[in-house]
Design a protein around this ligand. Sequence first.
Ligand code: COA
Length: 161
Amino acid sequence: MKIGVYPGSFDPVTEGHMDIIKRSAKMFDKVIVAVARNYSKKPLFTAEERMELIQRSLQGLPNVEVDSFEGLLMDYIHSKDAQVIIKGLRAISDFEYEFQMALMNRKLDSKVETIFMMTSYKYSFLSSSMIKEVASLGGCIAGLVPENIIPDIYRKLKTIR
Ligand code: COA
């Protein structure tokens, strides 16, 4: 069984992430969207909330699972018997950091491949921080995140004001 893991912070999931998830679901028997619990940025949503928002956005994708992980990504990959790390590339600016991570992961286990998928052009400017900034200033985020999670984003931002 070909299993790919798509790791990230997903704070919150955007249409850019959904684009990568939908396209990778066609390439693997199973895709696990793995929410990082211990990443260095201070998240707006808890890991459980981030997982729930992704889960709710996944309608019609039966071979995609949502999970979370802590610690080394490679340990998680091994625990799931996965063979591939899936990453999205939005712009040249992502490349250097992603390249470094991919090489470090290869050093940790050369049997695990990292594949990069180009994010669709219309989402190439997106980031979760930008979504939060625009929404917190009252701007419209329709079309940039899955429609059914938009109220959750505005509601959560209100609680931190
Ligand atoms: N569409 C829209 N936005 C996207 C995107 C896409 N397709 N792909 C990435 N982004 C955005 C994210 O929203 C995020 O935006 P933000 O900074 O505004 O929050 C930004 O790009 C970075 O993505 P992120 O999900 O935070 O991923 P990352 O590339 O920094 O990697 C982990 C995060 C968790 C995968 C990585 O740190 C990791 O593997 N940690 C585990 C520890 C470990 O094993 N370390 C050694 C690995 S070498």
